[in-house]
Ligand binder design. Structure first.
Ligand SMILES: [Fe+2]
Ligand SMILES: [Fe+2]
Length: 287
């Protein structure tokens, strides 16, 4: 098994993966399919290559290594505002006139949640939900930061996007890890499951003691599409997971479909977000 490549980043920008998801899950919103670009064309080579890398190298052992490395949270201390500014330094290869910056995506998500009159912690969750993408600025490759997440340590579901690429993952040959339950027990709850490593789990580790359960589920599982959109892995769930599912689905609508051409004015919105951050996530976050 060669070492995982850390220098191969097939996506021209992280949003390319989000746009792929929009096209894949557009049916659940009732929004017109014509509104979105079609990514089902065979020439979507960059997304396919991204998933080939992701599915090949996200092994059970890889996830244990990343948890041991990053969950120490000793890389950088930042306030929420500083973390947003830092994430926004992530430079895309794409055309900046068309693609939203990371900050704009966060603000459009939170402002859409706010416009619908939701609870203040829900708005804040929209504002911070992708801060884990800071992993890219720590040198992590795209395939270990974004992409649909899925359990490792048990058989990979056919309902995960591009399941054929798991053929290259050594865990499929490991009898300890390739059965339906693998290293887990039925009904053990998602908190006892290791998902593939990425920005969801990382930000969860940063904020886990500071936000209510629905917010933590939105942050930790928003990319676990094979569960919340395809109903895979339901044999691993416990009662709290089933209860929280509705919140994740509610959040995903804003994450995927809040993109619009109106660019939020960060300076103008600071006065609203300052006390909100002060209420739930004051002071320093450790990344
Ligand atoms: Fe995300
Ligand atoms: Fe997002």
């Amino acid at each position: 098994m060669p070492l995982p490549p850390s220098d191969q980043n097939p996506l021209s920008n992280l949003e390319e993966w989000d746009e792929f998801l929009e096209s894949k899950y557009v049916g659940s919103t009732g929004r017109n399919h014509e509104d979105y670009r079609n990514f089902d064309e065979p020439d979507r080579d960059s997304v396919r290559e991204f998933y080939r890398l992701n599915h090949t190298y996200q092994t059970y052992d890889f996830v244990q290594q990343k948890k041991a490395d990053f969950n120490s949270l000793d890389r950088r201390e930042m306030t929420v505002f500083e973390a947003i500014d830092y994430l926004d330094t992530l430079v895309d290869d794409s055309d900046p006139d068309i693609d939203l910056s990371q900050r704009e995506h966060l603000l459009q998500t939170s402002e859409a949640i706010r416009a619908d009159g939701h609870e203040d912690w829900f708005v804040l969750t929209g504002l911070v939900h992708d801060l884990g993408k800071i992993l890219c600025l720590f040198g992590e490759p795209q395939w270990a930061v974004v992409g649909d997440t899925f359990p490792v340590g048990c058989a990979f579901s056919e309902k995960i996007v591009y399941p054929e690429y798991f053929a290259g993952n050594p865990d499929v040959l490991d009898d300890r890890l390739n059965s339906r339950l693998g290293v887990y027990e039925a009904g053990c709850g998602l908190r006892n499951i290791d998902l593939s490593w990425g920005h969801d789990e990382y930000l969860y580790q940063v904020v886990k003691d500071r936000l209510p359960d629905p917010a933590l589920y939105m942050i930790r599982y928003h990319s676990f599409y094979s569960w919340h959109h395809e109903h895979a892995y339901e044999f691993l769930l416990d009662d709290l997971d089933r209860e929280m599912l509705a919140w994740i689905l509610k959040f995903n609508q804003y994450d995927l479909y809040s993109k619009c051409s109106v660019r939020p004015d960060w300076e103008q919105l600071r006065s609203y977000y300052t006390p909100l951050i002060e209420k739930y996530l004051p002071g320093i976050l450790r990344f």
